[in-house]
Design a protein around this ligand. Structure first.
Ligand code: EPZ
Length: 416
């Protein structure tokens, strides 16, 4: 298993080009199931999770052809089963359920099971599809879903915001018979990107960017070309890298409007954000001071930025409080950061951080995708050497992380 070795203390300076969003690419790839025609996605990042999704679609019978940063997906579905050994590796695999039901009126998809950050049930996905006429049976850890007379429109109100459930039902509704309304739908930029792609494929969807999506089912969808939006979490992560090292980075191909809450908190902590070119520049003015954040569905502070912001707060002046409202166990980075000299006290869904002048390098272990990158941020700022093990977590969501950081002066290398 690879590790990443960092010798901290270098203020980063230079330019980082932001890649296409992982959490948009995953549902966008499953759109390939909604038509036999060719769907061409561009600005596709090179990420382990996207390779896993490509394997999943290939075993459904689709031809998935990567060409640089373009991915073309076409062909007919020949298998409607999504096997446990793929779904357990990546929860987003569950997003094939809606499209398979909409096209083939049947699907056998393994339940994703939990992961490091929580149990992560899929009841909202299943209840919504049932209200659209699907019959669900749980057998041996698999959902056996059928829709003998096809899916029909329904009025669905989500009891709480779910990105995945919104995506699964949105895709299923595009080919259902009649009109589907999704109320309390997720409003993440990745959902809007999915709506744009589905519309280009011929879907009839109203309410993009709002919490109410109205989808009028059509008979078939056709192929399309779609450019994936920049990854706002990668953007926010490198903004924190500039802030935590006292550096100055230009984030290219980055959309500040997708990161409003994060940039507001960074500015409140003393970070300067200036629009520049097709992105923005992030630099630290003087000192950093503690700022409280609470994670919320978009447009609130994203849970996927919680660990990174906590690493930054670990070296801010004064205290800050971070409250995680989306997942029940997303503080795995806390003990690792504390081993580097941070003073963080997690209690239930909140953590109190008392800033320290300096962190010190240490051997630490990655546990989940965003926790692992928060350790990279801490290592970049720490005095001395940090070695992060189990970096396969990192490779799921960050393309060429050591290359992008090394190009800005970081002393970082991958150790086999
Ligand atoms: C998506 O996961 C993202 N993944 C996550 O990013 C992100 O943290 C999350 O949305 C929240 O923004 C992808 O887009 C591939 P949810 P998802 O359904 O769709 C509960 C990363 O680091 N819930 O919005 O699985 C669930 O347990 C990953 O890139 C139910 O109870 O998230 C969680 O507590 C991590 N029942 C909350 O809702 C359901 O049927 C939000 O989950 C569905 C969800």
């Amino acid at each position: 298993m690879d590790s990443i070795r960092i010798v901290g203390g270098v203020p980063l300076s230079g330019t980082i080009h932001i890649s296409g969003a992982k959490n948009a690419a995953l549902p966008l790839m499953t759109c390939g199931l909604l038509t036999d025609e060719r769907l061409v996605l561009s600005n596709v990042a090179k990420l382990a999770d996207l390779a896993t999704m490509a394997d999943l679609l290939a075993q459904h019978g689709l031809a998935v052809e990567p060409e640089g940063r373009t991915l073309s997906i076409g062909g007919r579905i020949t298998n409607t089963e999504a096997p446990y050994d793929i779904v357990r590796k990546m929860r987003a695999s569950f997003l094939v359920l809606g499209p398979l039901l909409a096209r083939c009126r049947e699907a056998r998809v393994s339940l994703p099971g939990g992961c490091e950050i929580g149990t992560r049930p899929v009841d909202l996905h299943l209840n919504g599809l049932e209200s659209m006429g699907a019959v669900m049976k749980l057998e041996a850890g698999y959902i056996n879903a059928t829709a003998p007379t096809g899916l029909h429109g329904a009025n669905i109100v989500f009891p709480f915001v779910s990105v995945g459930a919104t995506e699964n039902l949105l895709m299923a509704a595009t080919l259902a018979d009649g009109v589907t309304t999704l109320k309390n739908a997720a409003r993440e930029p990745e959902i809007s990107d999915l709506v744009r792609c589905l519309t280009a494929m011929g879907a009839k969807i109203k309410g993009i960017g709002t919490d109410t999506l109205v989808i009028e089912g059509v008979k078939t969808l056709h192929g399309a070309n779609h450019a994936i939006l920049p990854d706002r979490i990668e953007t926010g992560t490198y903004a924190c890298a500039a802030a935590i090292t006292g550096g100055n980075l230009l984030l290219e191909n980055a959309r500040a409007e997708d990161l409003g809450a994060v940039l507001a908190s960074l500015q409140e902590a003393g970070v300067v954000v200036t629009p520049e070119g097709n992105g923005f520049r992030v630099a630290r003015a003087n000192g950093l001071h503690g700022v409280d954040v609470m994670t919320e569905p978009f447009p609130g502070f994203p849970t996927d930025m919680q660990a990174q912001f906590m690493a930054l707060m670990a070296v801010a002046e004064g205290a800050s409080m971070v409250t995680e409202t989306i997942f029940e166990n997303r503080f795995m980075h806390v003990p690792e950061l504390n081993r580097m000299g941070a003073r963080i006290n997690a209690h239930g869904s909140s953590a109190i951080i008392r800033g320290v002048p300096k962190l010190s390098g240490a051997p630490v272990m990655a546990t989940d995708l965003r926790a692992s990158v928060s350790l990279v941020l801490a290592g970049l700022a720490a005095q001395g050497e940090t070695t992060i093990s189990r970096v396969y977590h990192l490779d799921r969501g960050y393309e060429a992380v050591e290359q992008k950081l090394a190009a800005c002066g970081a002393r970082i290398e991958r150790v086999a």
